[in-house]
Ligand binder design. Sequence first.
Ligand SMILES: Nc1ncnc2c1ncn2[C@@H]1O[C@H](COP(=O)(O)OP(=O)(O)O)[C@@H](O)[C@H]1O
Ligand SMILES: [Mg+2]
Length: 400
Amino acid sequence: MGALVTAIGRPSWHASLLEWLGRQGRASVAAGSLALVTAIGAVDYGTGSEVSVTLLYLMPVALGAWAGGRGVGVGMAGASALTWLGAGLLEPGAGGDPLVLAWNASTLAGMFALVALALAALRQSKANLEAAVAQRTATLQEEVLQRRRAEVRLQQVNADLHSTQLQLIEAAKMEAVGRMAAGVAHEVKNPLMTLGMGAGYFLQRRPAHADEAALLQDMKQAVGRASHIINGLLDFARPRPRQLAPADLNEVVDDALKLVRHQLATQKVTVQRQLQPGLPPLPLDRVRMEHVIVNLLTNAAQAMPGGGTVTVRTSMHAGGDRPPDQAPQIRLDIEDTGEGIPPEHLGRVFDPFFTTKPLGEGTGLGLSIVHRIVQIHGGGVVLANLSSGGACATVTFRSS
Ligand SMILES: Nc1ncnc2c1ncn2[C@@H]1O[C@H](COP(=O)(O)OP(=O)(O)O)[C@@H](O)[C@H]1O
Ligand SMILES: [Mg+2]
């Protein structure tokens, strides 16, 4: 079977010869065929009237028609009939009636011309067929290419859809977690308060043993820590209306600094204030924005356990990423000289409950609350590593 396929696939020698002939020019085909007619005429003359070579003339006629087309074929038919007539009249031993010979020559010319016309038509239809096949092949190739491109596009769209679906599922999950957490927090808040008050009450009654006092103190602290976490959760989930009023960002920064000044000092953290004077007032929810700044300052201090410097900077930039005639962008940068953020954590720091701090020290809610608050102000917040080491939290607002 394989051999058969190979044999069919390989062009035969006569097909190759016909191909080669087809590629020759009309003039050289005509000249070659004429030379063949002359040679056959010479044989015709030389062999005398006994031996018939008439059918040999079909060779140049067929050759001319196939390779040179209709004109050359018909020309060769005429030339062959004339040569045949000449040889018949001149060859040794000729003695027939010249009129009969002329009649025979003309019927021969007619037959030869018919063969030439049929062959030329066959050749023409073969060429037409080849051209049609080539054209169809090109169209098909183009179609296949377009289909492949469409397939790639479809795969891309599919992948986008898949990732959007995942994001939607994540968002829905986060919302459910948030709601659940708020519910749990509500439930736990009151029992915790009771426990805290109970511990406080027994502490006030001055227990007889120092051990008992220490235990009650520990209990009170533990309840305090738990309340802190619960309040954070409630803060995160509570749908409080925005209370926006025009405020000077620098004043809000100073108020927040006052809240944490003592804590920063005990952690050996120096604060550098670089506040740009004359910032336009921004529509701010002051309490929430203080919360944002306190959270960012706390994170900065916690990133420098051995102490360091926090730089708090406000600045104004014309247009930000908008065209220059647009409202200016106001920026708040809080830089620290801590260890920075490992690259694998950079994409997760704003996720609720993501924390790298030991149990009891971090809830992982700080930055997600910051993000939520900045969002309701129509601003943006990013956390990035500084090339000099340390990290920088940047909050941006648009002044309207
Ligand atoms: N200034 C900072 N430098 C280094 N890492 C930081 C900084 N701020 C935040 N992070 C990282 O982001 C995490 C999440 O912060 P946050 O949401 O405030 O939660 P928490 O402070 O309770 O851990 C932190 O645990 C810490 O790994
Ligand atoms: Mg924090």
